[in-house]
Design a protein around this ligand. Structure first.
Ligand code: AMP
Ligand code: MG
Length: 269
């Protein structure tokens, strides 16, 4: 089975998240075999990053979105552990500042897109402008409803300019979220992560699901696909994300540039 094909949101296809099982592992099981594959994927990702840096034709933008406790931080920590920090940047998008709010919603985002040769990871992204903003009516419907097309145009522009884009929705169940919140309460090392807002947002679960469904359906395109990652099981989530990243990079068919000097003519002094 091709995991990447299986989890891809086909452009234009209607998305019903209740049809996706967050516990799914697509026939994989936890253990030595998957650990082994995971290790190989991380090594491969490291060489592909080096190749991207050397070739200087593409950048890779990786977007992570999820409901609270969906595992964005954990995925980034695991999957990026194999990468060279030089040439890789993670950006977390928080509530926009008053200056940012005086610009169009993509202004703050565009500046942080990775440069050619680099990998950029977005922990939350411009999608918040059709998610939290929509759920809480932070701008009127006439404003947010135009943003799906605006996002597609923005991502198209990036793709035309050498930025490969891949977007992951980490899909957890409401029960799993509750379990993770409880674990945070019980674990003194993780209590710092708890915020009242996480508990308030739980009340809006169904509204978020609806908003996610529309974003996934309207903004999965050939140049910037969305993947729905079953994320209740952390080991599987990490495996899926690594695998899709490696395959996305391999599709770029990158090559090392030719040396700028003729090796035969080099003279030792
Ligand atoms: P966290 O990721 O837990 O640090 O929280 C960041 C917070 O910033 C979340 O509550 C997001 O919903 C919020 N946020 C991120 N982007 C936006 C945005 N464009 N508009 C409003 N809130 C946002
Ligand atoms: Mg949070």
């Amino acid at each position: 089975m091709n995991i990447r094909k299986e989890l891809l949101v086909k452009p234009g296809k209607k998305v019903k998240l209740s049809h996706y099982d967050p516990d799914d592992t697509l026939g994989h099981s936890k253990g030595a075999e998957t650990d082994d594959k995971m290790e190989k994927l991380l090594k491969r990702m490291d060489s592909l990053q080096y190749l991207m840096y050397a070739e200087k034709k593409h950048a890779l933008l990786v977007v992570f979105q999820a409901l609270d406790a969906g595992g964005k931080d954990g995925t980034i920590r695991h999957v990026m552990s194999g990468l060279n920090p030089q040439g890789c940047m993670v950006v977390s998008f928080k509530e926009p500042s008053s200056e940012e709010l005086r610009h169009d919603f993509l202004w703050r985002v565009h500046k942080l897109v990775p440069q050619i040769g680099d990998i950029g990871v977005f922990n939350r992204s411009h999608y918040e402008d059709v998610l939290v903003v929509r759920v809480h009516n932070l701008v009127p419907k006439e404003v947010w409803s135009k943003r799906y097309d605006q996002i597609n145009s923005f991502e198209w522009l990036l793709a035309q300019n050498g930025v490969a884009i891949v977007k992951f929705f980490l899909h957890i169940s409401k029960e799993e979220q509750k379990k993770r919140f409880m674990q945070r309460i019980d674990d003194p090392d993780r209590r710092w992560k708890i915020s009242q807002s996480d508990f308030n947002e739980r009340k809006y679960w169904d509204d978020y699901i609806k908003a996610y469904e529309e974003a996934l359906m309207r903004c999965s395109t050939d140049e910037a696909p969305w993947y729905i990652v079953p994320a209740n099981k952390k080991w599987f989530r990490n495996y899926v994300v690594s695998k899709i990243l490696v395959e996305t990079l391999e599709d770029l068919k990158m090559k090392y540039p030719k040396p700028t000097v003729d090796i035969k003519d080099l003279k030792w002094k």
